[in-house]
Ligand binder design. Structure first.
Ligand code: KIV
Ligand code: ZN
Length: 385
């Protein structure tokens, strides 16, 4: 039986850290409701101490959500935790996400502290938060560059202090897929109380490996994955929710499953893109405009004969419009004839040959040929009435 993975969406917190993409409370509520409808298990609604606006957004989001756990970020300091707990007071199930640096780079150069002191500060934060909300998640910031033996000690101490979830973030997107997987495996093998908490994979995309790293973490035992819609987030972004969910669905051999209603993926992607004023790149996996578009002659011929020749996902499964056959100067006769037939023109072999030459001539001039161009081509053709 497949293992059910918890999907933790941080579009409204890590995703919203993208410059120029800040959301107001109404927009955050709209996205939170769409995420609930999508079936995410946990929604990280914001970082309440960061601004009065963000505090208010977290409060309002908790009021409208019925199912997901609502989470708020805090540093490992009491005033942040108090503020997050206050913002979460209407949540059906509340979670504080607190934490501190775990790599020596962060401990020395950012926190100007020591390994022992950060463990002490983390333990106090977990114990303090545990008294104020239903669940506590602890993040070991920059775990991707941390010393493994120290990371294991930190994780053990936070679980002993009462953390329900331990987040292992590759904060700087430095990890390699097998290394990230090995790190999770190492923790399972070396932290004596690991069975008392859920381990979470939180990956960034600085090397374009966020989804691969997250999948590797899940494959090696992580029970929660942290991601954002369209992969938005700091710098090169976070693990993309739609990629991780569809990788799990497309590969039953992983032995994993999520509770996501995949038919809602494209509509939610469009909503987030619109409200954050952040266009989705056309070649973005799953939700990009070209994710199901075929333009070269060989591929078009293959898709027309049998969709699965060139498609591993049925567009319907992710709520996308049907696959499209884009007509360009790289298209072949099969695609032209297919589109003409859809428009009601049935051509003989010889007529198609002539129409194809005229089509190529037009396509070299126009880059992409639309249905109206084809109709014009048919009207102007000497052979077709
Ligand atoms: O990337 C990161 O380390 C984070 C933490 C705050 C969880 O976003
Ligand atoms: Zn992050």
């Amino acid at each position: 039986m497949a293992r059910r993975v918890h999907v933790f969406d941080t579009t409204l917190r890590d995703g919203e850290q993208v410059p120029g993409c800040q959301l107001n409370t109404e927009e955050k509520i709209e996205i939170a409701l769409a995420l609930e409808d999508l079936g995410v298990d946990i929604i990280e609604a914001g970082f309440p101490i960061s601004s009065p606006g963000d505090f208010n957004s977290v409060v309002e989001v908790t009021k409208v959500l019925k199912n997901p756990v609502v989470c708020a970020l805090s540093r490992a300091v009491e005033k942040d935790i108090d503020c997050a707990a206050e913002a979460l007071k209407h949540a059906r199930v509340s979670r504080i996400h607190t934490g501190i640096g775990s790599s020596d780079i962060h401990i020395k150069n950012k926190l100007r502290s020591t390994r022992e002191k950060v463990i002490e500060q983390g333990v106090s934060a977990v114990k303090y938060a545990k008294k104020r909300v239903d669940q506590v998640e602890f993040f070991c910031e920059d775990a991707g560059r941390a010393d493994l033996e120290f990371l294991a000690r930190m994780v053990e101490a936070m679980i002993a202090a009462g953390a329900d979830v331990i987040n292992i973030p590759d904060t700087t997107g430095y990890s390699l897929p097998w290394k990230f997987g090995e790190m999770i495996k190492y923790l399972y093998e070396n932290v004596p109380n690991i069975d008392k908490a859920i381990i979470s994979a939180h990956c960034h995309n600085d090397l374009g490996l966020a989804t691969a790293n997250a999948i590797s973490g899940l494959y090696n035992g992580a029970g929660q994955v942290e991601c954002t819609i369209n992969g938005i987030g700091e710098r090169a972004g976070n693990t993309s929710l739609e990629e991780v969910v569809m990788t799990i669905k497309s590969h039953p051999s992983l032995g994993l499953e999520t509770g996501i209603n995949t038919k809602k993926l494209v509509p939610v992607s469009k909503l987030v893109s619109r409200l954050m004023r952040m266009p989705v790149q056309p070649n973005k996996a799953i939700v990009g405009k070209n994710a199901f578009a075929h333009s070269s002659g060989i591929h078009q011929d293959g898709v027309i004969k049998h969709r699965e020749n060139y498609e591993i996902i049925n567009p319907e499964e992710v709520g996308a419009e049907d696959s499209s056959i884009v007509l360009t100067a790289r298209s072949g006769r099969a695609a032209l004839s297919y589109r003409l037939e859809m428009l009601g023109y049935k051509l003989s072999k010889d007529e198609l040959e002539i129409a194809y030459k005229q089509f190529l001539d037009m396509a070299d001039r126009k880059k992409q040929i639309e249905d109206d161009d084809l109709k014009e081509l048919m009207r102007e053709s000497m052979f077709i009435k």
